[in-house]
Design a protein around this ligand. Structure first.
Ligand SMILES: [Fe+2]
Length: 237
């Protein structure tokens, strides 16, 4: 007799992400409303040397798999990964870290985004299959301590290495804050892929098929009408 197939992981009501609020009065960008994410035009990163992500100081910080993070902006300008709320701050008004000086070209682009930045970090993710990754699917706690009359914090990604077979796995949330299987979307992650996700609304995890580390910039930004227009202009057709 063969062994029963292992149960496929799926979050249930006890998952820690379920407690993270979804419906709040914060300003949200109309461009995000329909799907909770927007894919923007692919960036040409050929002129940015890989030293801008490879030579940074990384912290061993596990989130969404076997990950390390190099903070470019943090709550107090130090190279640390902990939540801003631990310093009594919402995920905004970040201060650039010494790592940022080592990534001048990348920072030039990031600073051109018209937004109030929260944490800005480079993620280094080791390969993980779909089946492995789904165990880490989660929603982010981006808006803790965020005053309700201000903008909802969302996250942008810029893929720095070419991982054409990898993708960001996304699920919208139902009325119980649980992922809706039918809403599954896969955002491809070739070099230069640039997308914005309401990662507090959408369950997400990176599926990284490959043999080398995946590097990407993850940028927390506050929603605003100005940022909405900026994203709208860059939306993929
Ligand atoms: Fe996340």
């Amino acid at each position: 007799m063969s062994a029963p197939a292992p149960a496929i992981f799926w979050p249930h009501s006890e998952h820690w992400s379920v407690k993270i609020p979804l419906k709040t009065p914060h300003y949200r960008m109309p461009v995000m409303k329909e799907k909770g994410y927007v894919i923007m035009k692919t960036l040409d990163l050929e002129n940015i040397p890989s030293s801008e992500w490879e030579n940074l100081t990384y912290m061993d910080w596990k989130s969404g798999g076997d990950t390390n993070f190099a903070p470019l902006a943090s709550c107090d300008g130090t190279i640390e990964c902990k939540g801003f709320w631990e310093n009594g701050k919402t995920d905004k008004n970040a201060i650039f870290t010494p790592n940022a000086e080592l990534a001048p070209n990348l920072m030039k682009y990031i600073k051109s985004i018209p937004a109030n930045f929260g944490r800005v970090r480079i993620i280094r993710l080791e390969p993980q299959t779909h089946e492995q990754a789904i165990r880490s699917v989660h929603r982010d706690d981006n808006n803790r301590l965020n005053p309700e009359d201000e903008g909802w914090v969302v996250r942008m990604w810029i893929e720095l290495t070419n991982n054409a077979d990898s993708y960001m796995l996304l699920y919208d949330s139902d009325e119980n804050n649980l992922p809706i299987k039918e809403s599954e979307a896969r955002v491809p992650m070739p070099k230069g892929a640039h997308f914005v996700v309401d990662s507090q609304r959408l369950w997400h995890v990176g599926v990284h098929n490959g043999t080398k580390s995946r590097y990407a910039a993850i940028i927390s930004t506050e929603s605003s009408p100005e940022l909405n227009a900026w994203i709208e202009k860059r939306k993929e057709d």
